[in-house]
Design a protein around this ligand. Sequence first.
Ligand SMILES: Nc1ncnc2c1ncn2[C@@H]1O[C@H](COP(=O)(O)OP(=O)(O)OP(=O)(O)O)[C@@H](O)[C@H]1O
Ligand SMILES: [Mg+2]
Length: 431
Amino acid sequence: MSDTWYFLINLLICGSTRSGKTWAELKRLVKAAEDGNIALVVIDPHKDSLAGPLLSHLVARGMWRRVLFERLADLFRVLSWEFLTASPAKDPLIRYAENESNIRAFIDVLCRRRQIDSIAATPLIEEWVLDVLWLYVEQDRPTPLTDIQFAFEPRHPKLRQLIDHCRNPEIASKFQAVALGKTRRSQFAAAARLIKSVCSSPAFAVRCASNPSFNLGRHLDNAGIVIVEGGGATLSDDAMRIMMGSVILQVIRYVRARPTPYPPVVLVVDEATNAGLIGASGFETRALAECAKMGLHIHILVQQLNFPTAAITDAVLANTLAHEWFFNANAAVRRQAAIDLGDREYADVIGRFKVGERAVKYKNIVYSEYVTPLDDPWGFEGLAERKAKRALLDIQARPEYRTPEPRTSQFNNDDEDDNGPSEDNNPQVGI
Ligand SMILES: Nc1ncnc2c1ncn2[C@@H]1O[C@H](COP(=O)(O)OP(=O)(O)OP(=O)(O)O)[C@@H](O)[C@H]1O
Ligand SMILES: [Mg+2]
């Protein structure tokens, strides 16, 4: 059986570090891209792991025109995203329902910051975070999401604007009380800190504009490829998690809203648990269960089955039709794999796998194989990297990308606190 034959399927790929998961997925994605009429969204929290090599192979095969490549550590040439979507519905009831669902999902992503499990346990934070996100989605004109950090600053002119442009009188009057100093700061201080720390991350802030710079849905409708890469010194884990989590939500929302399930969309989430990209609220796992018929196929790559809860682990195992088990150094994971594969011998077999070897369970078929890696696309040392670098500059020169205005005064040093000083924020630095 070919080692790339299935990609239009929900997939779980599990193996220790350097067991060959990413290279195997790279080969499958190149095949999927060559198929032509498939949209790809690839979320890769690591630098120089899946994203860069995928771009190299797509460039070598003449497919770079389909690609939007977003390196989140870049601060100078970026895509503008709608990280929280305000419902465009005219009908107030539909708008309310859509906004409610978008806000709840976004709060789940926010809570993955520093592993806060849920803000429901802290009612005051929940109340104020919900309200400030409602203040944002009820704006009657396009507004950058980062403006909500000023909603807790009584004398800030942006708070005045947010209140004046809010369509919801109840929410407007709540923030009017903040503006007039009638609400004690202790009421909203914790929520304000949470929102401020997100909005003032440079990588997040430069990607929030009044209007998105591109239409994600239209790009995917045209079998486009979106590659989002993390890593790099300017990007904190928190900011990366929120942006990547939001992109995943946007893709799920897009497939749910489109009238037909075409083109199929393959959404790949590498390092899904280490990077906290699958949440406890079940939004992503519900998509695994429900969205295959809408043409969404999710590939989840993990080193072990450390999803946020046992229920999420069960949901992932139940709703991925194929499981691939690469070498695993953890005996407990090998035992889980053996149970999944239906033969306890596999616990030892997987412990002896060399890099690139895997046991596959597809429905009730089980087999082992070695995945031959892709050849270097150009055959000359360093040439693939140079060609991809050149292509990335061309991609970033497109109108979908913006050069953000310097807004340094509103940034805090959160990202640098987490990861050391900025040094890798030049778009021309290599793949
Ligand atoms: N099929 C293969 N045959 C030979 N070598 C391989 C194969 N696949 C991967 N490798 C080698 O192993 C290294 C690690 O592979 P890969 O990046 O796919 O690991 P991984 O399982 O994704 O690890 P991590 O969890 O750390 O991301 C590669 O850089 C490459 O050198
Ligand atoms: Mg990997």
